[in-house]
Design a protein around this ligand. Structure first.
Ligand SMILES: Nc1ncnc2c1ncn2[C@@H]1O[C@H](COP(=O)(O)OP(=O)(O)OP(=O)(O)O)[C@@H](O)[C@H]1O
Ligand SMILES: [Mg+2]
Length: 469
C-alpha cells in the first residue's frame, strides 16, 4: 500500500514541526496547518487520508474542525489530540466522528501504532469492497466466448491494451455485441483490478444529474446540494470509469469531460479546486460517432481524445461461426440456472440459429437459448423450442421456393402403392416432391407437414435443407 497523506492541524510549533519531521522520515506525505481554518483549506485541496487535529486551537475549536472535516468528507480518518486526562473531550470528539485519539504528550511510537492500525483498517475496507465485487461475479476474458479469427484478434488486442496503465479506450459496436463485457474484462485484466470499476450509463440521467454524478458537487453548490458529494471520477480513484452510451452526452458535459481527459483533474460543481484523478476511462457507444461529429452533435476534439485506442466489436452476423460455441455455452449456463440437463443441440435447431441474422446480437442469442432451455423437455435442444420468428425463417424460405411440377406421381391406388413410370424415376425427386406437396397441403406449416409425413420436425428440416426446397 502506498504511504498515506497526513495533515497535522496543531498550533504548537514544536509538536507540529517534530511530528512533521518524524512522519516525513517514515515516508508519509505531510501537510501542516497552524489553525483550523488553514487546515480545512489544506484538507479540501489535498485530500489527505488521515488528519491529526489538536483540541485547543486559536479561533475554531478542535471539535468544530472535526465536524467540518467530516461534513466535507465522511470517509476522512481523524486522530484527535487532547491534553492528558480530558476523557470527556476525547469522547465528544469520537462522537463527532474522530476515529482515534491520542493523549499529549505522546511518544512517536504511539503515533506509529495508530497509523499502522489505520493502514490496516483502510486495506481491510478495500479488501471487503473487492470481495463484494467478486461475489457479484467478476467478468474476465475467460468468460468471453469466440473462436473466429476476427474475434480472437480483438480479444488479443484488448488484453494488450488492458495492460497499459491509463490508455483511454473507445468501444464501438451494435447493441448486444459485448461492449459491457469487454469493459469489465479489460478492467479485471489491468493493474487497476483491485481498485473500483465504476460504470455510468450516460443516457439514463437528465443532463444536470449526470454532471453531478460524474463530477460531484460542493456543499451548497445548488439548492439541493446539502452535502458535499464526490463524483464518480473521484470515487473510482485508482480504478476504471466506464462511460456507457457516451454518444448521448450534451455539449456542456462534453467540454467538462474533455477537461478530465486532457488534464486528469476534476472540478466539483460549485468548487474551485482541481482534484487530480488517477483513472482509466473506457467509453462505449453503438452510435456512429463519426457521423455525430459531422453533424456537430459530438465534439471532434473529444472524439479524438476518446479514440486513443478504438475497438469495434463485430456483430454476430459477421462471425456466425461462433454461433454454435455461444449456443452451447449458454445451454450449459442455463442448465445450471434452471437445473436442467440438456447436453446437446439438434442439427435442425443449430441450422436455424445459423440462418438467423441476430439483429440483437449475443444478447438476443442468450435470450433465445434461455427461453429454449426452459421450454425443452428432451436432453437435446430441439428446433421446436426456438421462438416463432426464428422457426418461421425456415418456413419463409420454403414458401418462396418454386414448386416443381415436372414429375407427376400417379395417384396411388392404395396408401403404399406408387406407380412407377416405365422410364423410371429418381427416388430423390420423389421424396422431394412429396415433401413439397405436403408443405403445400399444410400451407407451409412445418408441424402439420411433419405429422402428415410421419417424421419429426428435425428430420423434415433436414430434408428441406438437403433438397434445397
Ligand atoms: N463474447 C461473449 N461471450 C459470452 N457472452 C457474451 C459475449 N458477448 C456478449 N455476451 C453476453 O451478451 C449480453 C450482451 O452483452 P453486453 O451487455 O456486453 O453488450 P453491449 O454491447 O454492452 O450492448 P448495449 O449496446 O445494448 O449496451 C450479455 O448478457 C453478455 O453476457
Ligand atoms: Mg452495454
Amino acid at each position: 500500500m502506498k504511504q498515506l497523506k497526513v495533515l497535522i492541524i496543531e498550533d504548537e510549533k514544536l509538536i507540529r514541526w517534530s511530528l512533521e519531521k518524524h512522519l516525513t522520515k517514515k515516508g508519509y506525505t505531510v501537510f501542516t496547518a497552524e489553525s483550523g481554518e488553514e487546515g480545512i483549506k489544506l484538507f479540501e485541496a489535498n485530500h489527505p487520508e488521515v488528519v491529526f487535529v489538536d483540541n485547543k486551537l486559536p479561533n475554531m475549536q478542535g471539535l468544530d474542525v472535526v465536524l467540518k472535516l467530516k461534513s466535507i468528507d465522511d470517509e476522512a480518518i481523524i486522530v484527535f489530540m487532547t491534553a492528558f486526562g480530558s476523557i470527556e473531550t476525547a469522547v465528544n470528539a469520537m462522537k463527532a466522528g474522530a476515529g482515534e485519539y491520542v493523549n499529549k504528550p505522546f511518544a512517536f511510537e504511539e503515533i506509529e501504532v495508530i497509523l499502522d492500525n489505520i493502514k490496516n483498517k483502510i486495506s481491510i475496507i478495500k479488501e471487503i469492497q473487492l470481495l463484494r465485487r467478486q461475489q457479484k461475479g467478476i467478468i474476465t476474458f475467460d468468460h468471453i466466448i469466440g473462436e473466429s479469427a476476427l474475434f480472437k484478434q480483438i480479444v488479443q488486442l484488448s488484453k494488450k491494451i488492458a495492460r497499459t496503465k491509463s490508455t483511454t479506450i473507445l468501444l464501438l459496436g451494435e447493441s448486444g455485441t459485448g461492449k459491457d463485457m469487454f469493459a469489465h474484462a479489460i478492467h479485471n485484466e489491468s493493474t487497476r483490478n483491485d481498485k473500483p470499476f465504476v460504470t455510468i450509463n450516460c443516457s439514463s440521467l437528465p443532463e444536470s444529474l449526470l454532471e453531478s454524478e460524474l463530477f460531484g458537487h460542493e456543499k451548497g453548490a445548488f439548492t439541493d446540494a446539502r452535502q458535499l458529494k464526490k463524483g464518480l471520477f473521484e470515487i473510482a480513484e485508482g480504478g476504471t470509469v466506464f462511460l456507457d452510451e457516451i454518444g448521448e452526452i450534451n455539449q456542456s458535459t462534453q467540454i467538462k469531460l474533455l477537461g478530465v481527459l486532457e488534464n486528469r483533474v476534476v472540478r466539483r460543481i460549485g468548487g474551485t479546486a482541481n482534484i487530480p484523478v488517477d483513472i482509466r476511462i473506457i467509453a462505449a457507444t453503438n452510435r456512429d460517432l463519426v457521423k455525430a461529429v459531422d453533424e456537430k452533435s459530438f465534439r471532434e476534439d473529444l472524439y479524438y481524445r476518446l479514440k486513443v485506442f478504438q475497438l469495434t466489436l463485430p456483430s454476430l452476423r459477421e462471425r456466425k461461426e461462433d454461433v454454435p460455441n455461444l449456443a452451447r455455452y449458454f445451454i450449459q449456463y442455463f442448465n445450471g440456472q434452471f437445473q436442467k440437463n440438456i447436453n446437446n443441440i439438434s442439427n435442425a435447431a443449430l441450422q436455424l440459429l445459423m440462418m438467423y441474422d441476430w439483429p440483437g446480437n449475443i444478447r438476443e442469442l442468450r435470450n433465445v437459448i434461455e427461453r429454449a432451455v426452459i421450454l425443452e423437455n428432451m436432453s437435446t435442444l430441439q428446433a421446436e423450442s426456438l421462438p416463432g420468428e426464428i422457426v418461421s425463417l425456415a418456413e419463409n424460405i420454403i414458401s418462396k421456393a418454386p414448386i416443381h411440377k415436372d414429375i407427376q406421381i400417379e395417384k396411388p391406388q392404395s396408401a403404399y402403392e406408387i406407380i412407377i413410370p416405365t422410364e423410371g424415376l429418381s427416388l430423390y425427386e420423389v421424396e422431394k416432391q412429396i415433401i413439397i406437396q405436403a408443405l403445400q397441403k399444410t400451407e407451409n406449416n412445418q408441424t402439420k407437414t411433419s405429422k402428415l409425413l410421419g417424421i419429426s420436425r428435425d428430420v423434415l428440416w433436414y430434408k428441406v435443407k438437403k433438397y434445397r426446397i
